[in-house]
Design a protein around this ligand. Structure first.
Ligand code: NAD
Length: 400
């Protein structure tokens, strides 16, 4: 029987722990403050966890075998699931590294961008003996209801892409079959040719910073009487920003293809393609990106992250839409573009504005060498500072 370590303690970690514990041996680990202790107490109080499936009578009741903050628990697990926001991936990789056994598979959901650079940096020589599966997204839209006790799966994706780097002696198929066995029938894991495609195809880097920039870059600073809608409030100018970022990423893919015509970027979708592939049944009008976003029923009622202030609401720029998706998304793409001499006018505009809101310096004088670059997934943060070094990391044989 598979033995799974679930990392994190938020919505996704709670849902995964409950669903998987009904069939497998599950250890949940949270390294965040006293979260493991609080979660363990909550589960014991409730005599187990319950996960409901919205719109159905289906519910799963179960209890993880262990909830701990002790990273040595990884010794006894053959699959590690990262379901913690990507800003904290490095903390978990570092804590688990001393104890992890050969052959263990790390499934990172979602991987966001540059996860393979981080994995290699932290695991060092061990990396080749371990498996990495970088997922484009989480299999479920989910929220906890009563923290540590009950949660709801709002929807399960039909399919999700994952790029796999198997451990020595195993094939990509071995890894996919093992993970598919854990997930069950849905979602179906679709193999993506390389981790670079997951990194460049990361939709969070386009949508979250793009919509935030579009809404707030010329805000007058006055509190608003109510929270504005995040997706349904997208106007044509904001949709143009998203298409601009997406266009910059397409230009990066073209440059990779020029270096090596065999490098497969076919799975990197434009933002419009991604919307239509992910939400075709819930979009009422898919004639333009703006209409697709504003008529997507899956986004009903979702607002910009706001804080109460001055008798109204002001935007919370520290929310993960910027604090996660800029360093582990946009910075990666901008860093790759720089190494390939690709111009990224929209990414530069959004990144420059967003780093100001985060009080960080990633881009400095047009280069990814600001003082906070080490906190990002840009290749430059991992010492990859030339086209040749990037080609060597990607095992690309340069033709141009
Ligand atoms: P979440 O916001 O619920 O995660 C919160 C958890 O992050 C905390 O419980 C804690 O374990 C950890 N954390 C928070 N602050 C920390 C700190 N300072 N140090 C260390 N750990 C800290 O996130 P989620 O909803 O579970 O989502 C997990 C990932 O999946 C995110 O990257 C999210 O973008 C992505 N995602 C989520 C959904 C969803 O429906 N929940 C859907 C698609 C993608």
């Amino acid at each position: 029987m598979a033995s799974v370590l679930v990392c994190g303690g938020g919505n996704a970690a709670q849902v995964v722990s409950c669903l998987f514990a009904s069939r497998y041996k599950v250890t949940a680990i949270s390294l965040y403050a006293d979260e493991a202790e609080r979660w363990d107490k909550a589960v014991k109080e409730a005599k187990g966890m319950t996960c409901n499936f919205q719109g159905t009578n289906k519910a799963v009741n179960s209890m993880p075998d262990l909830i701990t903050k002790d990273p040595s628990a990884v010794k006894n697990c053959d699959v590690v699931l990262f379901t913690v926001p990507s800003s904290f991936h490095e903390q978990y990789f570092r804590a688990l590294e001393p104890f992890v056994q050969k052959g263990t598979i790390f499934a990172v959901m979602p991987a966001r961008s540059g996860c393979d650079f981080l994995f290699k940096k932290v695991m060092g020589e061990k990396a080749d003996t371990l498996g990495l599966a970088a997922f484009e997204t989480l299999p479920w839209a989910c929220r906890f209801n009563d923290w540590g006790k009950t949660a709801t799966v709002l929807g399960t994706k039909e399919s999700i892409s994952a790029a796999v780097v198997p451990p020595l002696g195993k094939s990509k198929l071995d890894v996919i079959l093992k993970l598919q066995g854990l997930l069950g029938v849905e979602p179906k894991i679709v193999e993506c040719p390389n981790v670079m495609s997951i990194s460049l195809g990361n939709p969070g880097q386009v949508i979250h910073p793009g919509v935030t920039y579009g809404k707030w870059h010329s805000w007058d600073g006055k509190p608003l009487p109510q929270k504005p809608l995040f997706y349904h409030g997208v106007d044509t100018q904001t949709a143009d920003v998203l298409e601009g970022i997406s266009g910059d990423i397409t230009a990066i893919c073209k440059a990779l293809k020029t270096l090596d015509p065999n490098f497969d970027c076919s799975e990197v979708k434009t933002i419009m393609e991604w919307y239509m592939a992910s939400y075709s049944t819930s979009i009422a009008d898919g004639s333009t990106l703006q209409k697709a976003m504003s008529t997507n029923s899956a986004y009903e009622g979702l607002c910009h992250p706001m804080k109460e202030s001055g008798g109204g609401y002001v935007p919370d720029f520290q929310f993960r839409y910027l604090s996660e998706d800029v360093p582990t998304g946009l910075c990666f793409s901008r860093g790759v573009a720089e190494l390939l001499n690709v111009k990224t006018p929209t990414i530069d505009k959004v990144l420059t504005w967003a780093q100001g809101k985060l009080s960080k310096e990633f881009l400095k004088d047009g280069k990814m060498n600001g003082k906070d670059i080490k906190d990002t997934r840009a290749p430059q943060a991992f010492g990859v500072t030339s086209k040749d070094m990037l080609c060597s990391f990607l095992r690309i044989k340069k033709e141009a």
